[in-house]
Design a protein around this ligand. Sequence first.
Ligand SMILES: [Zn+2]
Length: 312
Amino acid sequence: MTRCRAIIPALALCLMVPTVARAGAPAGEEILLVGAATLHLHLAANLPLPHPVVVEWVRRAAVAVTNYLGRYPVKELSLTIEPGGHRAVNHGVTHGARDIEVRLGSRTEAADLKSDWVMTHEMFHLAFPTLDDRYLWMMEGLSDYLEPVARGRAGQLTPEEVWREFVEGLPQGLPEEGDRGLDHTFTRERIYWGGNLYWLLADVRIREKTDNRRSVDDAIRAILDAGGNGDAVWSLERVLEVGDKATHTTVLKDLHDELGPRAGAVDLDALWKRLGVKYNNGAVTFDDTAPSAVIRMAITYGRPPGLPTVQP
Ligand SMILES: [Zn+2]
């Protein structure tokens, strides 16, 4: 999958489907009610698809994000969808916790929107604070990590599709010769895939240390509950502190110490073996007898807050 996007300075087993309803709206604006949140959609008249198709695209992304977080991350959001760009979905940008802008190419079809990742990626930016530019990898990597996980939990991707994306993409995020760590290497691959890898490793390690009782889910929900949405400017230290406190571990800090200021060493093949993810010619299969298969299942299917962890 080609990943190319604008940089911003910034249980399927038991699906918690949020209340999503369409309501009356002034001319030129569509309104989506997502639980307690109101999404104001400003849709250009000359989009390549009928407005109901575009609204459904936004709704699916909002369902995935809400299902992951337990609530939509902001109370009010303005979404501007205009024509533009050469691919199906282009130039996704999130401004703080208030506005998302996305452009649709002239040949975009309904199927493109059904398989789109951009809208979900942008919405997750609403749920994490803005950090210093040097930690852009942490912001972009989080949206990249959560997007397939959340779409998978909402039934919008199969487990195989979720893990295929990680297996095929994450090698791009590994350090190359001369790498000075995520905090000091500003290639697109390290920002997006390297950041994505940090969050996957964090999720696996938190779950291993807590007998699968805590996870990145808890860390991100705690950061959001503490006011860490896209409008807030936080220090890295605050993110690590609030996130680690929520999981009763020091995983986020320790992993940053390992991969932030230095290149670090990650053995992806060993990780896939531990999680029981097998890849062969573009096809993913799962080994449920692998030592940490239960962790892979918990990441894949999630659990509502307060309920027991998924067991194999
Ligand atoms: Zn982004």
